[in-house]
Design a protein around this ligand. Structure first.
Ligand code: NCD
Length: 307
């Protein structure tokens, strides 16, 4: 039974196709708002722009009241209330669904199993970001069939929950995910998990891939701001020199290749504005698809149609 979306491991291809079919319908013509009197608690314990606002937009379109909690902005967490207490208090208000973004420390799986309402992972530490991966696939599917797609992630892979969720979902479509980034920013192999092939040369990666996903250097997770600014500068320089989608490298990218980025983008670091605005880039399409995908997911979960 699928009543929560914490990872993509338990989601069958059939479930995914159902979400995509409804999302495509919603893109063509909006459905009437439904779910009178119900509301979704959107709990964000880490910063967010696209994910939070697209869940809010999706709620409005579906007729579900969004109740947004953005930690650290006038909430009682400023007075020392814990994350667990904050969640428990919001749950006590009886939302119909929980959408949660938090660090690895949150035990989202026990939250999902304890509660009788669906929980959606909206970005969980470095573990995963299932709705981002789903909206990425929906975006790609508008341009080409998903079967057998070759996807390469570039740059700072170490904490990329987006890449983690892609690794979970692509086997359903016989696709392959590979990495290309500085050695120290490639996640170590986890026992029991398939080995991810890596490229050391970005030009080889670009030649191999049907889809290229550029990633932001996650300064806040490396803790380098305060600890070691020189390390941060060196990592950024390495990404820029060896793994960035520059205007120069764009010339080598085939016309059929798609360029994605989950955002936020550092223009002139991992991607140049020429690439961001190129016709091969679907970066803003990803954002649009995020609303339809999340609306479809909310509607299906609240109607119990994803079991
Ligand atoms: C990403 C995230 O938070 O995982 N962005 C997103 O949700 N669209 C990636 C990032 O923070 O770089």
């Amino acid at each position: 039974m699928t009543s929560s979306i914490l990872t993509l491991n338990g989601l069958s291809r059939n479930h995914i196709e159902r979400i995509f079919t409804l999302a495509r319908q919603l893109k063509k013509s909006p459905l009437k708002p439904d779910f009178a009197g119900q509301f979704a608690a959107l709990l964000f314990f880490e910063p967010s722009t696209r994910t939070r606002l697209s869940f809010e937009a999706a709620c409005h379109r579906a007729g579900i009241g969004p109740m947004v909690f953005q930690a650290g902005q006038g909430t009682s967490m400023e007075k020392g209330e814990t994350l667990e207490d904050s969640v428990a208090n919001v749950v006590a208000m009886n939302p119909s669904i929980l959408v949660v973004r938090a660090g690895d420390e949150l035990k989202m799986e026990s939250l999902g199993s304890k509660l009788s309402i669906p929980v959606i992972n909206a970005g969980w530490g470095k573990k995963g970001h299932p709705t981002q991966a789903l909206l990425d696939l929906l975006t790609i599917s508008e341009r080409r069939p998903l079967d057998g797609v070759k996807v390469v992630f570039l740059g700072d892979l170490l904490y990329s929950r987006v890449a983690a969720s892609h690794l979970e979902v692509w086997p359903q479509f016989n696709g392959e995910v590979r990495f290309c980034g500085p050695k120290e920013l490639v996640p170590p192999h986890q026992p029991g998990e398939p080995v991810v092939q890596t490229f050391s040369n970005v030009d080889e990666a670009i030649e191999w891939a049907d889809v290229i996903v550029a990633l932001r250097y996650q300064t806040e997770r490396h803790g380098v701001n305060s600890a070691d600014p020189k390390k941060s500068a060196a990592a950024l320089a390495d990404i820029r020199a060896n793994y960035a989608l520059t205007a120069e490298r764009l010339k080598k990218i085939p016309s059929s290749t798609l360029i994605l980025h989950p955002g936020p983008v550092n223009h002139g670091v991992e991607i140049d504005s020429e690439v961001y605005f190129d016709s091969r880039s679907v970066i803003l399409d990803q954002v649009s698809h995020g609303v339809w995908l999340r609306e479809a997911l909310l509607r299906l979960l609240l109607k119990g149609d994803l079991t």
